[in-house]
Design a protein around this ligand. Structure first.
Ligand code: EPZ
Length: 422
């Protein structure tokens, strides 16, 4: 069996410009939002990544016809009464939990596998279940989650934590509930607002209030829609950090930078010059960045946890000491161990990583521990002197359409390889 891995010759600056793929974390809830209602939905600029392909498997098993033409995906509901989500793919992607709210809204019943934890943490779904219960759902939890309702009714919900998934799941059920729902302490991530924009396209009454809460007036008829995904802000952030890691100048043509303020502040702290406008966002970085004395990840608009691992890779080559603390996931420092193979000096204690920047990393063979950790290893290899090999690239393919394609267009010496290529 071909074992795909990435081969990178590092130590050279980047230069070039690219368009960034559509957003993984926005399209996954939007695909779930195609479940309730009637009519055909077309999602343009839909990223071609493992997580969307796995989601399509689940939706086809639920009776949906899904076809792709270029970057547009067409989703047509079949008249089926299936409410059981297939196990295999659902366990692989945690976002399958979003089918809970969507199927309860459409079928008043849902059966799906209990989403497991993963490398970055336990990732329980208690906040999802409590919010859906408040709307009138009931659950039986074992190997699978069986959910049912005699009817969903709008209510006021206060989320203990601004969970992205719990906010999205609640919206997906509330749009089909009788009456109004208010979700307080809702996640402010832009992907939640994209989901609301898509649902409004379908005819739902849903909006973000001035205080950040989400208001829904349910039971509207959801019809067809055509929606174009925005650029993936985490992929954009990864490539801006790649320029900081390797040095050089990079432009992301379709990225406005509006949802990347926290990252832009850190790039500026590191000495990289960032400019954003209607022509996209450009970053220019010297060979070696300045350190970041202290940074914490936080819910949006704070520094995104999904860019924490890529930032560690950049700071591994910074000119001094940095400290990065992870406040969202309890086990999101697996990448630090792999970065040591490149000669990085990183120690982790509890929720914080302490990084002593070194003048130059060296090439290494490393294994991606998770999706964003895999991207971080690529950034380490870009700045390292010599050849590197990154294995377990299946994790990276979950969220990046083709990281080798994109970075090669930005001037990197990177290619996919397999054992036969030796
Ligand atoms: C979404 O995950 C993203 N995934 C994650 O991106 C992202 O890191 C995360 O939001 C935070 O921004 C998708 O959108 C598909 P949460 P989600 O619920 O919804 C705890 C990537 O790399 N929690 O906001 O699972 C949870 O354990 C991925 O693209 C509960 O305790 O994140 C975590 O500590 C990784 N109970 C914290 O909240 C719950 O019921 C944040 O989780 C739900 C969450």
């Amino acid at each position: 069996m071909d074992v795909d891995y990435l081969e990178i010759s590092g130590g050279r600056p980047l230069g070039g410009e690219i368009n960034v793929q559509g957003s993984k974390n926005a399209v996954l809830p939007i695909l779930a939002a195609c479940i309730p209602g009637a009519g055909e939905c077309v999602i343009e600029n839909c990223p071609l990544i493992r997580d969307t392909e796995d989601t399509f498997h689940i939706m086809r098993a639920l009776g949906y016809c899904i076809s792709r033409t270029g970057d547009a995906v067409r989703i047509t509901p079949a008249d089926t009464e299936t409410y059981t989500v297939e196990r295999m793919e659902a366990v692989r992607i945690r976002s399958s939990v979003l089918f809970l709210g969507a199927l309860l809204g459409k079928m008043k019943k849902a059966v799906l596998p209990l989403p497991g934890g993963c490398a970055i943490g336990k990732r329980p779904i208690d906040l999802h279940l409590r919010a859906l219960e408040a709307l009138g759902a009931r659950f039986e939890i074992g190997e699978t989650i069986t959910a049912w309702t005699d009817g969903l009714y709008g209510t006021e919900i206060d989320l203990e934590f601004p969970s992205v998934g719990a906010t999205e799941n609640t919206i997906l059920a509330a749009v089909m509930a009788k009456g109004e729902t208010v979700i307080r302490n809702a996640a402010r991530e832009p992907e939640v607002d994209e989901l609301c924009a898509f649902l409004r396209q379908r005819g739902a009454s849903v909006r973000r209030e001035a205080d950040g809460s989400i208001w829904v007036d349910g039971q509207k008829t959801l019809g067809p829609a055509v929606y174009r995904m925005k650029a993936d802000r985490i992929v954009s952030g990864t490539y801006l950090l790649a320029a900081a890691a390797a040095g050089g100048q990079v432009r992301l043509i379709n990225e406005s930078g509006e949802t990347l303020s926290a990252l832009r502040a850190v790039l500026s702290q590191m000495g990289a010059v960032c400019s954003a406008g209607e022509n996209g966002i450009t970053v220019c970085a010297a060979q070696r960045v300045r350190p970041v004395p202290y940074l914490e990840t936080a819910p949006y608009p704070g520094f995104p946890t999904d860019l924490q691992s890529p930032l560690l890779a950049v700071l591994a080559g910074a000119d001094g000491e940095s400290t990065v603390c992870e406040t969202i996931f309890e086990r999101r420092f697996c990448t630090a161990g792999e970065l040591l193979k490149f000669g990085a000096k990183i120690g982790t204690r509890g929720r914080c990583a302490h990084i002593t920047g070194v003048p130059r990393l060296h090439g290494a063979a490393a294994d991606a521990p998770d999706l964003r950790g895999g991207a971080a290893l690529v950034l380490a290899a870009l700045q390292a002197e010599g050849r590197s090999v990154i294995r377990n690239t299946g994790y990276i393919a979950r969220g990046y359409e083709d990281i080798a394609r994109d970075l090669a267009l930005l001037g990197a010496d990177i290619r996919w390889a397999d054992d036969k290529a030796e």
